[in-house]
Design a protein around this ligand. Structure first.
Ligand SMILES: Nc1ncnc2c1ncn2[C@@H]1O[C@H](COP(=O)(O)OP(=O)(O)OP(=O)(O)O)[C@@H](O)[C@H]1O
Length: 796
């Protein structure tokens, strides 16, 4: 008991201490103080008013303030006389009337308990107005000393000493302009519109005066007898005196009324013209922002970022160019001609185009030779040339010739350096340029990933897939700033893409809860793909609100500062998802990955998400119909069978490649043979080191959170098991009325997993609703009071 008493005592004392410490006026005090100010303002107003009539009589009074017998003529006696003398005579003259006005407003604010923030500006502008008024009226101080007051006169005089009368006048005009512009948003157009409106008003008033009385009259004349009894006095009187015998003409005039709205309509048409002006203003706003701050620069945060240099790449001894000699060319030509001759196929013409790994011999057969006959001789020609990887293209589309591709004895390595350095790549005006390698005619082959828009890459093991992926990634690294593109790398083999870990904070994107940016665990891939689907939906929403059709237009609009970041708009980087070993993924996760991949592939092109998937096993259960349909750009490295070639390219030929980066590329109909650029692991390491050593973003680009199905199911509402931060989290959620784990993460500085657990517990407690995909959960408790009640009831 004793303990309890002491406790309650101490509670009381702390409460009183708190009361004493609090500096905020209570509501009662505010009302009292507000009333005082209002009364004071009324007193001042009357004192000032009466001062104008009594000031001369009361002059002698001012020194006798303490004398009880002395009386002043001011309405508020000696107090009024003294205060008015101080403000009006010694102070600001007529402008002092602003003080009772300002005091009255302040009093009202306090009395009504309104937010007093706006009062400060009222006082500031009030004081500016007082000074301006007293200086302006100071011009008349000689004749009317009370107009400007002593301060007004002195200030005016002081300014005149330096600038003369005209100078003071100009200063006053300038200050007046500042006041008008700042306080009343004065603009020349607004000024003109004001006069226009006044003119219209006068016009319509004039018209009203002319005609509307007539209908009234007709009513009056109709019911004359009854109106004599009515109490309404003014209207009938007017009408009676105006026209009391014109029974029929008023009806005509009422007919004229119809014309008046017509005139009004034409006035309204004038107003309609104002709307486009307003629209232009919003455009002008963006233009002004651009003028003031320049275009939005997404690269600014890493403004000093340096793109990788060419010397990080090796020439791979290919600086000397292609190493096929004339002898080899002649030899091959003779063999082709003689083999065909053996089968009675005559050749009219033969031409060779030398590529890095393959030479293309184009032949024009003599008239009357069936093309299919040459096509069937593929194996025989290969036998006679004693070479692997001969491919016959009969006919070469659009050329009218038959092509025979014969591998060179000594293939030349196409270095990544040579393709990156090429004019074609350097000057490529593409969103996501990729320098794949060189064509058969030794031209650099550059394509835009943004246009593909997704890519499927397949080939037997050891034929150059990983090198191909590295070529794609390094092309983008050489051309794009970290703000413009982000990669999501999936590498089940765990060794192929690990080097890119170093550029995590520059170029990689990851899920908020994952530690590693490069995904090696297949279960995590599912979450990432679903998260990407959420990102896709979010981006579509942004595009919709911005009223643009694709990411390029969106970013252009954002850069031109036409989209407000406060509305959730932001610069959107391209996202490139690279999956190495797709077959492995399909084997382990099946439909779970196929569905989001198909969804992304179908829809993601407009919003800048591009997929690159690579597989060793190009079988139909890996590259399913739905995947194939959505990946128009396909690359085939050497495969082991014709069937595999068909699965990838819908054509044969990939089985006849020679490997080591020899590849076929198709983006629809025609198939192009390319030699993939070679970039070795040490080169990739150098590039990533170079980028990784530069200043980076604080963390990898975060994808939207995705909570898998399994985490939402364990809804046991055990109070004892709740997180220590449960209550705080509930308060955060209820106050913000937004049920998201990331909000808890941010506000309470918790990790993603813990915030996710708390959200589950909040759901179990009935505070937030169930998981709704990309949207935030619904908050089921409307306010803090209900939350307190809910938790108290639980505790009982
Ligand atoms: N474009 C190329 N130019 C020259 N050599 C190449 C090229 N691409 C690949 N090679 C050679 O082939 C080897 C295997 O390439 P890579 O590792 O890319 O094969 P892969 O298809 O990824 O194999 P896996 O599926 O087993 O990972 C390389 O080490 C390299 O020697």
């Amino acid at each position: 008991m004793a303990k309890k008493r002491t406790k309650s005592k101490s509670k009381k004392t702390t409460a009183t201490a708190k009361k004493k410490l609090s500096l905020k006026p209570s509501k009662q005090n505010k009302i009292i103080f507000g009333s005082l100010l209002i009364v004071l303002s009324i007193a001042l107003f009357f004192s000032f008013m009466s001062f104008y009539f009594t000031w001369q009589e009361d002059q002698s009074m001012l020194s006798q303030f303490a004398d009880r017998n002395a009386q002043a003529s001011n309405l508020l006696n000696k107090f009024g006389a003294s205060v008015s003398h101080f403000f009006m005579y010694k102070g600001f003259g007529l402008a002092s009337f602003a003080f009772p006005f300002l005091l009255a407003i302040t009093g009202l604010y306090l009395f009504l308990g309104l937010n007093g923030k706006r009062l400060v500006s009222k006082w500031i502008w009030g004081l500016v107005g007082v000074i301006w008024g007293s200086v302006a009226l100071g011009f008349f101080a000689a004749d009317f000393p009370l107009l400007g007051g002593l301060i007004g006169y002195e200030m005016n005089d002081f300014l005149q000493d330096y600038t003369g009368k005209i100078g003071v006048f100009l200063i006053l005009i300038f200050v007046l302009m500042v006041i008008l512009v700042q306080l009343f948003n004065f603009t020349p157009e607004g000024f003109a519109n004001f006069f226009k409106r006044q003119k219209q008003k006068i016009k319509s008033d004039f018209n009203e005066n002319q005609s509307p009385e007539t209908p009234k009259e007709s009513v009056v004349t109709d019911e004359e007898g009854s109106i004599a009894l009515s109490t309404e006095d003014s209207v009938p009187e007017k009408i009676d005196t105006y026209t009391h015998k014109k029974d029929i003409p008023p009806l005509d005039e009422a007919g004229l009324d119809v014309n008046i709205p017509e005139e009004e309509e034409s006035d309204i048409a004038l107003k309609v013209e104002e709307t486009p002006v307003e629209e232009e203003e919003t455009d002008a706003k963006a233009a002004k922002l651009v003028e003031d701050f320049g275009e939005f620069d997404p690269k600014l945060e890493l403004g000093n970022y340096k793109f990788p240099t060419l010397d990080l790449l090796e020439a791979h001894g290919a600086s000397g160019g292609i190493t096929i000699n004339q002898e080899e060319l002649e030899e091959n030509k003779n063999r082709i001609v003689s083999t065909l001759k053996n089968y009675k196929i005559g050749i009219a013409q033969i031409k060779a185009t030398i590529g890095p790994t393959v030479t293309l011999y184009e032949i024009v057969p003599e008239a009357g030779i069936r093309i299919s006959k040459i096509k069937n001789l593929e194996d025989d020609i290969a036998l006679s040339l004693a070479a692997l990887g001969i491919r016959i293209i009969a006919p070469i589309p659009g050329k009218g010739t038959v092509g025979i591709e014969v591998p060179n004895k000594n293939a030349t390595i196409v270095s990544m350096r040579s393709v990156i350095a090429s004019n074609k790549f350097q000057k490529a005006e593409m969103e996501l340029p990729i320098a794949f390698g060189k064509t058969i005619s030794n031209e650099t082959f550059v394509v835009d990933l943004a246009k593909m828009p997704h890519m499927l890459m397949a080939g037997a093991t050891g034929q150059g897939k990983s090198v191909g992926l590295n070529a794609v990634i390094s092309s983008l690294l050489y051309k794009k700033h970290p703000a413009e593109v982000k990669f999501i790398l999936v590498d089940p083999k765990k060794v192929e893409l690990t080097l890119y870990n170093k550029i995590e904070r520059h170029f990689l994107a990851k899920l908020p809860d994952s530690e590693e940016a490069i995904i090696t665990d297949n279960t995590k891939v599912i979450n990432t793909l679903n998260s990407l689907c959420i990102e896709m939906d979010n981006r579509y929403e942004l595009l919709k609100t911005a009223m643009v059709r694709n990411i390029k237009e969106y970013n252009a609009k954002f850069k031109a500062r036409k989209l407000n970041p406060n509305d959730g708009h932001k610069f959107l980087p391209y996202i490139v998802l690279v999956i190495d070993e797709f077959a492995d993924l399909i084997m382990t996760a099946g439909k779970e990955v196929e569905t989001p991949i198909a969804r992304l592939a179908q829809l993601a092109r407009a919003i800048g998400i591009h997929l690159i998937i690579a597989t060793q096993r190009p079988s139909v259960n890996v590259i399913t119909g739905i995947i194939k349909a959505n990946f128009p750009a396909r690359i085939a490295f050497r495969v082991t069978s014709k069937i595999d070639s068909r699965t990838i390219l819908d054509a044969q030929g990939a089985d006849q490649l020679i490997g080591r980066g020899d590849m076929l590329y198709t983006q629809g109909n025609d198939v192009t043979r390319l030699q993939c650029a070679f970039v070795d692991t040490p080169e990739v390491a150098k590039i990533t080191d170079y980028i990784g050593s530069q200043r980076a973003y604080p963390e990898a680009h975060l994808l939207p959170e995705y909570v898998g199905e399994e985490s939402g199911t364990s809804l046991d509402n055990d109070i004892a098991d709740r997180d220590a931060m449960f209550r705080e989290a509930a308060e955060v959620i209820v106050t913000a009325q937004q049920g998201s784990a990331s909000l808890i993460q941010r506000k309470l500085k918790l990790g993603y997993n813990r915030a996710g657990r708390i959200i589950d517990q909040l759901e179990a407690a009935g505070i937030v609703g169930p998981f709704e995909g990309s949207k935030a959960r619904q908050v089921l408790v409307p306010d803090m009071y209900s939350l307190d009640q809910l938790l108290e009831n639980e505790a009982k």
